[in-house]
Design a protein around this ligand. Structure first.
Ligand code: SF4
Length: 458
């Protein structure tokens, strides 16, 4: 295997869980769950009446963690919940009552936590990642166990001392770290992108082709359930902005205009808004590749299923094409808003959706690469500055815009000879990484600049 090969599973990229943010909700829940398991590996001799748990949040987690539900997610994880089995109604009720205490199982004993166990350490620690959390089990003031976790976007986490994606037990069938290497495999082996992606997933996870196809269908089902729920729900979204949902209105408008040229775009907007509004409400969505961007691919797949009537097999192939792009961005730049700004979230989702549309329509790998490149190119430098730290403004409409750009990227890429495209996908991902590095911290999910400063106007 190449030293630096991609070893991410499709189902690590597309994950079911509660909104509103994969890095601030799903990642912290997984970290807290991991910490719970670590606590319960300790010897029984640690049990004492003076045990307590402290949670310290740094960087973007301290800046926007409240609005993103990071504290709720950590309580849920310490209570033994996992994102894909999370009840969204119970989840959103956590910490609503400040007097309520939540039991954490420590070797069969209960240690209680509430809001006072959280420390939002704004700007106090120079950690290796913008989303850092430190969890401690204490006996009085003595630290019994401490782990530092990094939530790197899309719900992926790793502990201090580990490397992200360092699971060396996972060996892909085809090693690759760039689009150039991926295309070289297709050329040499004379296989389709679909077969390439399936062969790697089988090698990485041990799942059969049938199991993988079934899981993709389940992921699509979760995505489309979010769209359907969102098309009906007219409630105001949680949080201080008091933002009213818009998807049902747009959907109605699209149906009224069904015979006009605008209707196709209004339907697409409605579907993307519906899933994004479900995410903002803290309901169950699928990271694609993140929760903040969980409206783009559900909206596009809902459109191609219900308007283009694509077959289940074609939909699966489209999802695999989208995953291939998501892997490359995650591996060579980042899908985290806290590292890349919004180009890491909506930019990646838009590129994945563009690749899906193009691959489904043409099965041409050069055209697919060109469409993903175009989608990223036109998200470069996009800031992340959510108002009040809620994944609502600009996030919800930005999902719809990302989907529309994906569609246009597909049209642009397939209009001429895509093999003549001047900028490669690998190059634009490098530019994305460099741009994210240069971007001021204020524009990377801290809500300290840009649109976030117009909160008073809302
Ligand atoms: S602005 Fe973009 S990156 Fe930031 S929280 Fe919203 S969707 Fe995510």
């Amino acid at each position: 295997m190449l030293k630096n090969s991609i070893t991410t599973s499709i189902f690590d990229l597309f994950k079911v869980g509660p909104g509103p943010s994969s890095s601030h909700t799903i990642g912290p829940m997984k970290a807290a769950y991991d910490f719970l398991r670590e606590i319960n590996k300790l010897p029984e001799t640690i049990i004492s009446d003076a045990l307590s748990i402290h949670i310290h949040l740094y960087g973007s987690l301290s800046a926007t963690g409240k609005g993103h539900g990071t504290d709720r997610a950590i309580v849920a994880g310490l209570s033994g919940w996992q994102p894909d089995a999370c009840d969204p109604v119970k989840f959103t009720a956590i910490l609503k009552d400040s007097s309520e205490k939540y039991p954490v199982n420590v070797l069969g004993n209960q240690v209680f936590i509430n809001a006072e166990n959280f420390f939002f350490e704004k700007g106090r620690y120079d950690s290796p990642h913008a989303n850092t959390m430190v969890l401690r089990l204490l006996n009085g003031s003595e630290i019994i166990l401490e782990h530092e976790y990094y939530s790197i976007g899309g719900g992926f986490i790793y502990r201090k001392g580990e490397k992200p994606d360092a699971d060396e037990t996972r060996q892909p069938r085809y090693s690759y770290a760039s689009m150039k290497e991926l295309k070289a495999h297709l050329e040499k082996e004379k296989i389709s992108l679909t077969d390439f992606m399936i062969a790697n997933e089988m090698a990485l996870t041990g799942a059969s082709r049938k199991e993988i196809e079934r899981k993709i269908d389940t992921i699509l089902d979760f995505m489309h359930k979010a769209v359907k729920r969102g098309l009906k729900d007219k409630h105001v979204l949680p949080g201080t902005i008091k933002l009213r949902r818009k998807a049902p209105l747009l959907y109605q408008k699209a149906k009224n205009l069904a015979l006009t040229s605008d209707s196709f775009l209004i339907f697409l907007n409605a579907y993307c808004l519906a899933a994004s509004e479900e995410n903002a409400a803290g309901n169950i969505v699928v990271t694609a590749p993140t929760s903040g961007a969980s409206g783009v691919i559900p909206g596009v797949t809902y459109l191609i299923k219900n308007h283009f009537h694509y077959s289940p097999q074609l939909m699966r192939e489209g999802m695999l094409a989208a995953a291939a792009i998501g892997f490359l961005v995650k591996h060579n730049a980042s899908i985290s808003g806290a590292e890349m700004g919004c180009m890491g979230e909506i930019g990646s989702a838009s590129a994945m959706a563009a690749a899906m549309l193009t691959y489904c329509a043409t099965k041409n790998i050069n055209a697919m690469e060109a469409s993903a490149e175009i989608a990223i190119e036109h998200h470069l430098g996009m800031t992340c500055d959510p108002i009040g730290g809620y994944v609502q403004i600009p996030c919800i409409e930005r999902n719809a815009m990302g989907a529309v750009k994906a569609y246009n990227a597909f049209l642009l890429a397939t209009a001429g000879d895509s093999s003549l495209q001047k900028i490669s996908l690998d190059s634009v991902i490098k530019v994305m990484k460099a741009t994210g590095k240069d971007m001021s911290k204020k524009y990377k999910e801290t809500s300290e600049a840009g649109l976030a400063l117009s909160a008073t106007e809302c």
